[in-house]
Design a binder for this molecule. Structure first.
Ligand code: NDP
Ligand code: MG
Length: 390
């Protein structure tokens, strides 16, 4: 059970919910970090009294230092400041809820400092899975999943005696706001429509990833690293209601799943209290109210990102990092109205073909492959679709 918690990315959707969970559980907050939202970080600092906070953006950090000058809270800046927070002596657990592979370096710092990692930041594991899992093993550090599907898998695996008993994983997907749409219809969707998720309220980047189903592709890669399974042992299942958060199948064909209302505070709390369970304010699940739960196969011809990610992890090396980097860039360009919705998958595919990978890699190789994938996307956008009409 966590006693003192640091949160990287405390001003985001997962970060704010994590503070809520930590407060209810009476956990102490050590350090908080964000990118540039000095206003919210100031509010959080005053309320939760961390001893140190950090902002990546120097100008925002300067403003925050001024705003908090009547307190003893230390304000750091830059990625170095975030890494100092990640490795802070006092915390026993670091919750990583930075968006994107920008979370990789501070996550590695936290692992080196032997902190338990409550991991929401999936891009970190996608881009640098071999580095993160190797470092975690070397330092005897647990990676506790916060992502709801991975928490469900992790919960369903409690009690498994030997790894050989696990046969496969059913990774559930809501299907996002564009479930059932044809490619022709998707060509014209707007940013506003992509940001309207049916079941979850999340940050903008992951909401668009859910619409393209890139999120499920990233989660497939995340599951390979977290649970040590092969990509072909993971089946993506569309489950519109988001009640069954994922399931595992054992060698005797028995399937165990974790269910609950769609509320991230359940997986966040489990990662913080593991192996204990504590009461939570989350609504109770009423199965009769749902009446029926539905399951189907994803339309991978239309939502191409799932297959692209599966291909990337099967090829191994830096291909997952390339897919992730290209997607981060394309996702942002789509949100800026500079490319169309379907261009995202085309650009990820193009980057996977054009950017060179390496079988084994060090941290600098990850940064280089990420930069090359982003550069590929920026160099090719003029070739792609008509900018979105908002
Ligand atoms: P948000 O966009 O809501 O929050 C992102 C957080 O990261 C903010 O605190 C932001 O600071 C900070 N941040 C952004 N860019 C950087 C950077 N370059 N360096 C350091 N910090 C940065 O994202 P979410 O909370 O939705 O998602 C966070 C992670 O959790 C993602 O990896 C996502 O895939 C994963 N996740 C999210 C779920 C959800 O329900 N939201 C569910 C499952 C997983 P600032 O506010 O200053 O910009
Ligand atoms: Mg998820």
């Amino acid at each position: 059970m966590t006693k003192c918690l640091s949160i990287l990315g405390s001003t985001g959707s997962i970060g704010t919910q994590s503070l809520d969970v930590a407060e209810r559980l009476g956990m102490r907050v050590c350090c908080l970090t964000a990118h540039s939202n000095d206003r919210l970080l100031e509010e959080q600092a005053r309320k939760y009294q961390p001893h140190t906070v950090a902002l990546v953006d120097e100008a925002a950090a300067k403003r925050l230092r001024l705003a908090l000058r009547d307190t003893s809270i230390r304000v750091l800046s830059g990625m170095e400041g975030v890494c100092v927070c990640a490795a802070d002596d006092e915390a026993d657990t670091v919750l990583t809820s930075v968006v994107g592979m920008a979370g990789l370096q501070p996550t590695l710092c936290a692992i080196e400092a032997k902190k338990k990692i409550a991991l929401a930041n999936k891009e970190t594991l996608v881009a640098g899975g071999a580095l993160v899992t190797r470092k975690a093993k070397e330092n005897g550090v647990e990676l506790l999943p916060v992502d709801s599907e991975h928490s469900a898998i992790f919960q369903s695996l409690q009690g498994m005696r030997r790894k050989e008993e696990l046969k496969s994983i059913f990774l559930t997907a809501s299907g996002g706001p564009f479930f059932g749409k044809t490619k022709e219809e998707l060509r014209r969707v707007t940013v506003k429509e992509a940001l309207r998720h049916p079941n979850w309220s999340m940050g903008a980047k992951i909401t668009v990833d859910s619409a393209t189903m890139m999120n499920k592709g990233l989660e497939l890669i995340e599951a390979v690293w977290l649970f040590g399974v092969r990509p072909d042992q993971i089946e993506v299942v569309v489950h519109r209601e988001s009640v069954v958060h994922s399931a595992v199948e054992f060698v005797d064909n028995s399937v165990i799943a974790q269910l609950g209302v769609p509320d991230m505070r359940i997986p966040i709390q489990y990662a913080l209290t593991f192996p204990a369970r504590c009461p939570s304010p989350v609504k109770k699940l009423s199965l009769p109210d749902y009446g029926k739960l539905t399951f189907s196969r994803p339309d991978e011809d239309t939502f191409r990102c799932i297959a692209l990610c599966r291909g990337a992890i099967e090829r191994g090396g830096l291909y997952p990092c390339i897919a992730n980097g290209a997607n981060e860039e394309a996702n942002a360009l789509f949100r800026q109205g500079k490319i169309g919705f379907l261009d995202i998958a085309d650009l990820v595919e193009g980057a996977l073909e054009a950017v060179e990978s390496k079988e084994t890699y060090a941290l600098q190789d990850v940064f280089d492959a990420d930069a090359a994938a982003r550069a590929y996307v920026r160099a090719h956008i003029s070739k792609f679709g008509i900018p979105n009409s908002q």
